[in-house]
Design a protein around this ligand. Structure first.
Ligand code: FAD
Length: 530
């Protein structure tokens, strides 16, 4: 069976020769590499290799042949160019903060680039231009450091992730979503310019208007087309203080209806300007594992009546809608007025509205506190069989019934479960990220922590969830996708599959970059080429 138009076959056959060499050789890096300056930045010691063998998911182990510690983007370009032009090219994978789940940044038998060493001891990797309202940040920088640098000027990015100890390059390679996405789009919709090193070792500056093809390919491109070494992020003034509100629901219909109504607030309405975030979650038992993403939000005194509400409705979990509004002193009265109107229109359980006033910085970095607590108890390092899906609005009730109430049943208390909507129009369809084809779709984050005893069960449940969606014809997409067959990848990319192949051949023609995503490597399967 042929999957490529015939016009592409000669190129495919040609490059497959190189890639077959890549895949079949057990790597020992070419001698000549070590006579170059970049050769001195490669390490093979056990500690270096082990430090990149696993990731946050803690589900896989894959040791590379070597780890590369670049001091500049020039070093990275040199390494890639060396591999690309060598008779036996080798795989190269950038590793940001290693917060993938399924070994996506690993590089069995190849070279892992320790991206964070790019920024070590270098203050010049983050530059804020107050006059131009943007900042230039290294691809290796953590979003928490981006936040601190911008905040010093009263500015901030438009779109964040819930957790900020992730690298800029790492989240721009997947999308970067959170409670701001409904309003401003994912992080990939909020980038002005990039510096990228392609799979040939070429350093290219790209933007919406300049080298647009590479710009769109790299954003959400799962590391397949180039390594992001700099991103220009637009900034705007941020509030000092916010009101952080959680509203409890017993009913999925009311919960989703209210969320959908909030994300459709018109940009000209006053409320739109105040709104800073919207998400939703299941509310389960409040042990540390269940609530680490914002531990201790609900007042202890209220926990009993919340539990009674669950029992009264014979539920295994409640839902809570979470909104955040700007709340600086000079606008507080106005916001209070808007909020009153807003809450009047929502159908949460009367008396189950909880509010906290915090600084905007505290809110944005809310998840880190839970991380520190889990580190203390050794629960941060456990396996994380996370599953993130985008589910179209039209099927969210089916998903709730079949998965949240069905497959997961009463088993939900092993980690947060997020459920919140976003607007398709805020995503750019030219970029590589894949989303469902419906105007509104939900993010479902099943973010569970496992023990050796229940890991298999959770992995089995994840499998059942995907099977359920397929059998019920729910046109979901995985966020941070993990597939193990070529057919599944083709299904994932849908109409963009051919475009993906074209772009791969253009920007990484020898298939050197980020092989652990296991997309392009399927090209080598015998039946792929006619
Ligand atoms: P890595 O895991 O190191 O790499 C991920 C992929 O990107 C790999 O394929 C790698 O080769 C490639 N890559 C890394 N750096 C670069 C680069 N500079 N250029 C090109 N490719 C590169 N995601 C959200 O969207 N929203 C969230 O709120 C959110 N919260 C999270 C909370 C936790 C605790 C964790 C563990 C993950 C969370 N994620 C979230 C997922 C996260 O965005 C992705 O896993 C992201 O890829 C991790 O970034 P990283 O820097 O650790 O990348």
């Amino acid at each position: 069976m042929a999957y490529l138009p015939r016009t592409r076959l000669s190129t495919t056959s040609f490059i497959s020769l190189f890639i077959t060499t890549l895949l079949t050789s057990t790597l020992s890096l070419p001698e000549e590499l070590f006579s170059l300056e970049i050769g001195t930045k490669i390490r093979f010691d056990k500690q270096s290799l082990m430090s990149v063998a696993s990731d946050f998911g803690n589900l896989t182990k894959s040791t590379p042949a070597a780890v590369f510690y670049p001091s500049s983007s020039h070093d990275i370009a040199g390494l890639i160019h060396f591999s690309y032009t060598h008779s036996t090219p080798f795989f190269i994978s950038p590793r940001g903060h290693g917060h993938s789940i399924n070994g996506q940044a690993s590089c069995s038998d190849g070279v892992v680039i320790h991206m964070e060493s790019l920024g070590q001891g270098r203050a010049d990797r983050i530059n804020v231009s107050v006059a131009n309202r943007y900042m230039d940040v290294g691809g290796e920088q953590l979003w928490i450091d981006v936040l601190s640098a911008a905040h010093a000027h009263g500015l901030g990015a438009h779109s964040w992730t819930d957790y900020l100890h992730l690298t800029v390059g790492g989240t721009l390679s997947v999308g970067g979503i959170s409670g701001q996405t409904f309003q401003h789009g994912p992080q990939i919709s909020n980038v002005l310019e990039l510096d990228v090193i392609t799979g040939t070792g070429q350093q290219v500056t790209c933007s919406k208007t300049h080298n647009q093809g590479l710009f769109n390919a790299v954003l959400g491109g799962l590391g397949q087309f180039g390594i992001i070494t700099r991103a220009r992020i637009p900034l705007s003034p941020t509030p000092e203080k916010v009101k952080w509100i959680r509203l409890i629901y017993t009913n999925i219909v009311a919960f989703t209806r209210d969320q959908e109504s909030l994300i459709s607030v018109d940009e000209n309405e006053r409320l739109f300007g105040f709104l800073k975030y919207l998400e939703g979650s299941l509310l389960m038992e409040q042990g540390l594992i269940g609530s680490w993403r914002s531990s201790s939000f609900f007042p202890k005194n209220d926990m009993q009546r919340i539990a009674q509400l669950t029992a009264k409705h014979r539920l295994t979990a409640l839902y809570y809608l979470e909104v955040v509004v700007a709340y600086d002193e000079d606008i507080a009265a106005e916001v209070d007025q808007e909020l009153e109107l807003l809450l009047d229109d929502l159908s949460f359980e009367p008396g189950f509205e909880f509010t906290r006033e915090v600084t905007y910085m505290e809110f944005l970095d809310r998840v880190h506190d839970g991380e520190l607590k889990l580190h203390k108890t050794g629960q941060w390092q456990v396996p994380h069989p996370w599953l993130n899906l985008f589910v179209p609005k039209s099927r969210i009730l089916d998903f709730d019934a079949g998965v949240l109430k069905g497959i997961l049943g009463s088993d939900k208390a092993n980690g947060p479960i997020l459920i919140y909507p976003m607007n398709k129009k805020k995503w750019n369809s030219k970029m590589s990220a894949i989303i469902p084809d419906e105007e509104v779709f939900y993010t479902i984050g099943i973010l569970r922590s496992a023990t050796n005893d229940n890991l298999e069960k959770m992995l089995e449940q994840n499998k059942k969830i995907l099977e359920f969606c397929t059998m019920e014809g729910i046109p979901f997409k995985q966020y941070m996708p993990h597939y193990t067959t070529k057919e599944a990848w083709m299904e994932h990319f849908g109409q963009k599959w051919d475009k993906f192949l074209d772009l791969k051949m253009k920007y990484d023609p020898k298939g050197i970059l980020s092989p652990a995503q296991k997309i392009y490597t399927f090209l080598l399967e015998e039946d792929y080429i006619i």
